[in-house]
Design a protein around this ligand. Structure first.
Ligand SMILES: C[S@@+](CC[C@H](N)C(=O)[O-])C[C@H]1O[C@@H](n2cnc3c(N)ncnc32)[C@H](O)[C@@H]1O
Length: 237
């Protein structure tokens, strides 16, 4: 377990981090968005509308995108998290396990939104950290240093929602997660389509054997084409 959970950046730290960027426009909105997502004092995520305004101009601000990605590959917004809580309720999931959670910022916010709703669901984050994507210094949520596939096989429970955000495309990680999915459990995949920057080809080829539901209320930055999908096994499997 990685202890010392990081509660978020202080305002002056954020100003310092983002001071390297020569914003051409909407500087205040960029800073607000970063503070709401990664700031220590934030109680709610930025809205979809705030992300939308930025996503139209951020092509000029690639540096912002790369600093954001050091903390999260998935762009988090308020309406999207409300939607995930609704999905958890409708499906009666008893547990959420984020696989390959990176900084575990998604788990942190999911836990916040579930608690706001007084909804009791365990959230677990794990990452094996074998890949050299980034040198993670800050974990926003308690994170188990463990292999995702081992976990799926050792804890064969029902009614689990697995979060699989931005799995790497150069390893069979996403394919193995899909292959180990049990009936009654589902995967929330957040990533690009085949040929994009996430998951290997075998993952997409195998998807035809699963039920896929596209989830709305999500928006990424310009030139990024990720989208959330809820994946489940067909009944006859
Ligand atoms: C591109 S990062 C995405 C991180 C995070 N989900 C996000 O959206 O910001 C992929 C992560 O998957 C992790 N990973 C890859 N294979 C794994 C495995 N078998 N078990 C657990 N984590 C794994 C890597 O260490 C890395 O942190």
């Amino acid at each position: 377990m990685y202890l010392n959970v990081f509660n978020g950046y202080e305002d002056d730290e954020i100003n310092e981090i983002l001071s390297k960027i020569n914003f051409e426009e909407k500087k205040d909105l960029y800073i607000k968005l970063f503070k709401k997502t990664f700031g220590v004092n934030s109680e709610l995520l930025p809205t979809l509308e705030e992300i939308n305004i930025i996503s139209k101009t951020d092509i000029k601000n690639f540096l912002f995108k790369s600093i954001y990605n050091q903390n999260s590959f998935t762009v988090l917004n308020h309406e999207f998290l409300l939607k995930i809580v609704e999905i958890i309720k409708i499906n009666n999931f008893k547990k959420v396990v984020e696989l390959g959670s990176g900084t575990s910022i998604f788990s942190k916010w999911l836990n916040v939104y579930l608690k706001k709703d007084n909804f009791e669901v365990d959230v677990i984050a794990l990452d094996k950290h074998e890949e050299d994507y980034f040198d993670i210094k800050n974990f926003f949520f308690e994170t188990k240093n463990y292999d995702a596939i081992k976990h799926m096989n050792e804890f064969q429970e029902k009614d689990i929602l697995y979060i699989l955000g931005w799995p790497s495309l150069d390893t069979p990680f996403a394919f193995n997660v899909l292959n180990n999915l049990k009936f009654n459990n589902k995967i929330l995949y957040i990533g690009e389509q085949k040929g994009g920057c996430t998951a290997d080809d075998k993952f997409f080829d195998n998807l035809k054997n699963f039920k896929i539901l596209e989830i709305k209320n999500y928006k990424s930055f310009t030139c990024i084409h990720d989208q959330p999908y809820l994946i489940s096994k067909n009944k006859e499997d």
